[in-house]
Design a protein around this ligand. Structure first.
Ligand code: HSE
Length: 423
């Protein structure tokens, strides 16, 4: 039977979960897939993590060079997170002819071409199922099961932390700050939540998914990004009343010879399949021109779900005679290939004085910029009234111009929030 040695870099939650599965399923994997996988080396600063997994301390390497020089290591699994030193370690491993399996979305989204270049030199494999959607097999679905399709659209909830926060705000009517604090106390959100709540994490994952979808690298920095920090309990309440939920979506669409790639909160009709993806769950909705709609749903994070994706990559990699190459990652999409003035319906919430003509003034600004109103509501009559509009499809540019002019109307006191509506 083929013997395969794995080195695991980082024995935190994901690395620990991966080792657990590799140990517990060793026999079953050998019987079913004909590969006998051993953990041949590990790299971590905390020796107890090695012994807690029941592994022998003798496999704890002192540095990455020791792993690169170890002839028993065939595959390096990286679960360290962050750009560096993960990138440097993996380039070294690839140059030493070791295949790599990574769960590190930030590093992978930013440095995919560097890794591909190093891998191509030695013929080593590059596997990254766990970077996106945790336990959901979305990467293999897109690379191995959708060859017959041109991908037209991706809509995804690919950040569990923000989905957990928005779900609790929806269920409890609670404020963003209060739920964030709870999520941090429960370990759902990081002490520094910026990567999640400002949408960076989703944009790394969307960069990976959209690059696969459009066969061209979509760099992170050309993806439009907006997080959830401006969503208030009031917006959530109004959304609910009007038959919507608010979700942070990652969206990529083919638009002629251009694409749209964006991460931002949206009003989503309650009937949309993604509207019912709650808590820390993830889901990816893909539209292929042959297959139509596909949706994957599952746990996007955690020791065993992410470990499941990593071990699947390890087994897949171990059985390959020749690894797939991705030369298209050297063909990089530029800002002018992105639709910047994309069209959308909008939700607009503002505060105005309850005086005659205020709505007519706002409507005349909308008319000037050809923004058509689909719904309007005005909450209880007080001196200051909250007014809510949902528009029909309009361009980003027209909406921005209209909002700037509405802000300067004498009886409009403030524009409180603007959120796109996704049908
Ligand atoms: N921070 C990520 C999330 C973890 O909240 O979904 C998995 O990438």
């Amino acid at each position: 039977m083929k013997k395969v040695g794995v080195a695991v870099l980082g024995l935190g939650v994901v690395g620990g979960g991966t080792c657990r599965i590799l140990i517990d399923r060793k026999k079953q994997i050998a019987e079913e897939y004909g590969v006998d996988i051993d953990i041949a080396a590990v790299l971590d600063r905390i020796p107890e993590r090695v012994t807690n997994l029941g592994l022998d301390l003798s496999i704890l390497a002192k540095d990455i060079d020791e792993i690169c020089d170890n002839p028993n290591v065939n595959i390096v699994v990286e679960c360290m997170g962050g750009s560096e030193p993960a990138r440097t370690f993996l380039i070294k491993a690839l140059e030493a002819g070791k295949s790599i399996v990574t769960s590190n979305k930030e590093m992978f989204a930013k440095f995919w071409p560097d890794l591909e270049k190093a891998a191509a030199k030695t013929g080593a494999g590059l596997y990254y199922e766990a970077t996106t959607g945790g336990g959901m097999p979305i990467i293999r679905t897109m690379t191995q099961a959708m060859q017959a399709n041109g991908i037209q659209e991706i809509k995804a909830i690919i950040n569990g932390t923000t989905n957990y926060i928005l779900t609790r705000m929806t269920e409890e009517g609670a404020d963003y700050q209060q739920v964030l604090k709870d999520a941090q106390a429960l370990g759902y959100a990081e002490a520094n939540p910026v990567a999640d709540v400002e949408g960076y994490d989703s944009s790394y994952k969307l960069s990976i998914l959209s690059s696969l979808a459009f066969n061209k690298r979509v760099p992170v920095d050309i993806i439009y990004r907006e997080g959830i920090t401006k969503i208030t309990a009031e917006d959530i309440r109004i959304a609910k009343d009007m038959g919507f939920v608010i979700k942070l979506l990652a969206i990529a669409k083919q638009r002629g010879d251009k694409i749209e790639a964006r991460v931002h909160p949206v009003f989503l009709p309650k009937s949309h399949p993604l509207a019912n993806v709650n808590g820390s769950f993830n889901a990816v909705f893909v539209v292929g021109d042959a297959v139509g709609d596909i949706m994957l749903y599952g746990r996007g994070a955690g020791a065993l779900p992410t470990g499941s994706a990593i071990v699947s990559d390890v087994v897949f990699c171990a059985r390959q005679v020749e690894h797939a190459r991705y030369p298209e990652m050297f063909n990089v999409m530029t800002q002018d290939q992105i639709v910047s003035d994309f069209e959308s319906d909008y939700y607009l919430r503002l505060n105005a004085r309850d005086v005659s003509g205020v709505i007519a003034d706002i409507a005349s600004v909308f008319k000037k910029y050809k923004v058509s109103i689909s719904q309007m509501r005005q909450d209880e009559s007080k001196e200051v009234i909250p007014v809510i509009f949902i528009t029909h499809k309009t361009t980003e540019k027209a909406m921005k111009q209209a909002i700037e002019e509405i802000k300067s109307l004498p009886n409009v006191l403030s524009v409180e929030n603007v959120i796109r509506v996704e049908k």
